[in-house]
Write a protein that binds this ligand. Structure first.
Ligand SMILES: Nc1nc2c(ncn2[C@@H]2O[C@H](COP(=O)(O)OP(=O)(O)OP(=O)(O)O)[C@@H](O)[C@H]2O)c(=O)[nH]1
Ligand SMILES: [Mg+2]
Length: 502
């Protein structure tokens, strides 16, 4: 059938002055043939249609990407290539000239902060870099393996989970690999395998290939093992010691998290040396490449925004972001409409712009983790200023003054308690629903909370209507810029004073 169609196309093409044969190098002819036959395929073959449909569905899902702000990944640098043991025969004599090339080095894994990235989006649990290729005869050195670059958003903290035989050297900021212990009997054992009577540890009984015990979390043995060994250092992933190895907070900052292995040395290193070659066994030892480093990492994103919105669910945070920036957050009259932090940019006529983070609503007990409080508060840690927003009309039967008190208490209780050591704005939203005299009461109530608590408020409390009339938004955006400028000046001053102390 298709053959038939192609032929008719062929005739059509030839009659219109196109080259005659299918597969001819003349481009228009090729294009014409391919597009038309593909269309026909789609009509007659359901499979292709299904494929396209699937692709469309996939693409439509991509538009609203999944926000991931915490992930675990295992990274391994590539191993080096073997050095070549080649010896070139010279003439007819039993003379050999070493001509083996060196192995290439393995690629490393590099994590780079990129301002165009929004989320920790790759999902591979184990990322590896290219291995170096082997050296060859005639002095051919192996190619170095390519580095694998992982792009992450700015504000990612990289934590390394220490393995059972690793230790953190805080002074040099490196991970040290511990040597296996050798006991009195000459047996080698790793620090992580002090479990006595576990036959699984050394099943081939050659003493030097001791592996850490495999812990089976599903059966009761695990508890027994943990009870019986006080000095045991082998602990499951989740409970192991973690160390911060990098904080990628600016665009372009990077960290090499797993180095590639060095390539093996080829025999060409002995070219031109006087005397006999060392024994082949020795050469072979040096020709062996190094394996790449492996590391278990935890990546955690802490948004870096100029202003963070702090408020109860339904206070109108997303409405404010939508009214002042080009961001399009979901807005709806039920709590926890926003489930993932979202960033928008407020633009000013002079070209400056502010990055504002809409963080999901906080509730009482958020500082203890209630309502995913820890996950949301984390994103406020690095903001330059805070914007407290309360629902002045109390639409959910809440009281704006109580709300502000609770928010302040929660921020105070979170982490080191330094959340409130930054400048802030206090905003009363939904003012369109209030009568004139009610407005004054609310403002007075909020003001008393501000004076009692430790909020470093800039200017007055601002009344707005983010979702309906838009009143007060112009004033608010001006205040937002001012508060960020003041906060930047504070930070510079602090940096200067700390530098002068040093
Ligand atoms: N009358 C009035 N309603 C508003 C105003 N601003 C927001 N709303 C309404 O309040 C409801 C909640 O608004 P959101 O912007 O989704 O609130 P949110 O703080 O982002 O809520 P979560 O995402 O659940 O934390 C929506 O139904 C809005 O239409 C306002 O100024 N006046
Ligand atoms: Mg919201």
């Amino acid at each position: 059938m298709f053959h038939h169609l192609r032929r008719s196309l062929h005739y059509a093409a030839s009659s219109s002055g196109f080259p005659k044969r299918i597969g001819d190098s003349f481009a228009p002819h090729k294009i014409c043939t391919r597009t038309v036959t593909l269309d026909v395929h789609m009509n007659y073959m359901g499979r292709d249609k299904k494929k396209q449909h699937k692709k469309e569905r996939r693409d439509s899902g991509r538009a609203s990407y999944r926000f991931v702000d915490r992930t675990r990944v295992r990274v391994s640098g590539g191993s080096g290539g073997n050095g070549s043991l080649s010896l070139e025969r010279i003439g007819r004599k039993h003379k050999r000239r070493p001509d083996g090339g060196h192995g290439g080095n393995g690629g490393s894994i590099v994590i780079v902060a990129d301002e165009h990235e929004q989320t920790l989006r790759w999902t591979k649990p184990h990322v590896t870099a290219d291995a170096g290729s082997h050296g060859g005869s005639v002095n051919k050195n192996g190619r170095n393996g390519k580095n694998t670059v992982l792009r992450v958003p700015c504000g990612v903290v990289i934590r390394r989970v220490l393995d059972y035989d690793e230790e953190w050297d805080a002074q040099n900021k490196t991970v040290i690999k511990l040597e296996p212990e050798v006991d009195d009997g000459g047996d080698v054992k790793y620090l992580g395998s002090p479990v006595e009577g576990n036959d699984e540890i050394d099943d081939d009984d050659d003493g030097d290939k001791l592996k850490p015990p495999k812990l089976n979390f599903e059966n009761d043995e695990y508890d027994d093992i943990m009870d019986g060994s006080e000095n045991m250092t082998f602990v499951p992933w989740g409970e192991r010691e973690k160390v911060d190895i990098a904080d990628l907070d600016t665009h372009g900052s990077y960290a090499v998290v797993a180095k590639g292995g060095r390539g093996g040395t080829g025999t060409s290193i002995y070219t031109g040396r006087q005397g006999r070659l060392p024994p082949m066994e020795d050469i072979a030892v040096h020709a062996k490449p190094q394996a790449g480093e492996t590391a278990f990492l935890e990546l955690e994103l802490k948004l870096i925004a100029d202003i963070g919105l702090v408020g109860f669910p339904n206070a109108g945070k997303s409405s404010l972001l939508a009214a002042t920036s080009r961001a399009t957050p979901h807005i709806a009259p039920y709590p926890f409409t926003t489930l993932n932090p979202l960033v928008g940019y407020v633009e000013y006529s002079d070209g400056t712009r502010l990055c504002v983070a809409d963080v999901p609503g906080l509730i009482q007990g958020a500082s203890e983790g209630r309502g995913k409080g820890h996950d949301f508060l984390r994103h406020l840690e690095r903001t330059k200023a805070l914007l407290f927003i309360v629902d002045a009309a109390g639409m959910d039967g809440r009281d704006p003054v109580d709300d502000l008190e609770i928010l302040v208490d929660e921020l105070q209780a979170y982490g080191d308690g330094d959340m409130l050591n930054r400048r802030a704005l206090v905003v009363a939203n939904k003012m369109d629903l209030l009568e004139e005299h009610d407005r004054e009461d609310v403002m007075d109530g909020l003001m008393s909370v501000v004076t009692e608590s430790g909020i470093q408020m800039e200017g007055d409390i601002i009344g707005i209507s983010a979702g309906v009339t838009g009143e007060g938004l112009g004033l608010l955006t001006n205040y937002m810029r001012k508060v960020v400028q003041l906060s930047e000046a504070d930070n510079e001053e602090r940096d200067e004073s700390s530098a002068s102390i040093l």
